[in-house]
Design a protein around this ligand. Structure first.
Ligand SMILES: [Zn+2]
Length: 141
């Protein structure tokens, strides 16, 4: 610490052992390539360090309790913002393929899909069911 109480030097480190899910990096690259590194929800094309940047998002989460499969049909290509909103159950894809706000606060817009990118409606329905559980009910009175 310096005389103002600020940390100096690198952050401290500790060793850990963790069990992590092994994701197939080639699938993530494939969905990004199919969708041209462009967000399927908001159409944003981010760049990071002079390269296209997008994220591969699992529709049905891989971890507990969802146990979704690591397969192309369970992946979307999203920007960082939409990935957070999707994982946070703030947005979902309705049965007509429209992306909606869990609280109904924004205009629905179609999920863009490359014809070569298959999606499994069962995974989309699973995610939607979580959003319905998470939906905030309007205050009564
Ligand atoms: Zn987006």
């Amino acid at each position: 610490m310096d005389r103002y109480g600020r940390a100096t030097g690198p952050a401290p480190r500790r060793d850990t052992t963790r069990s992590v899910i092994v994701r197939d990096g080639s699938l993530a690259r494939k969905v990004k390539e199919l969708e041209g590194d462009r967000c399927q929800i908001c159409d944003t094309a981010l760049r990071y360090l002079n390269r296209p940047y997008s994220q591969a998002a699992h529709i049905r989460g891989l971890g507990r309790p969802h146990h979704g499969p690591d397969e192309l049909r369970n992946l979307l290509c999203l920007c960082a913002n939409c990935h957070v909103l999707f994982d946070g159950l703030e947005i979902y894809v309705d049965p007509d393929g429209l992306v909606r706000d869990t609280r109904g606060g924004r205009e629905p817009r179609p999920l863009r899909r490359d014809p070569g990118h298959p999606l499994d409606e069962a995974h989309i329905a699973y995610h939607r069911s979580l959003c319905n559980l998470n939906a905030r009910k309007p205050a009564v009175g």
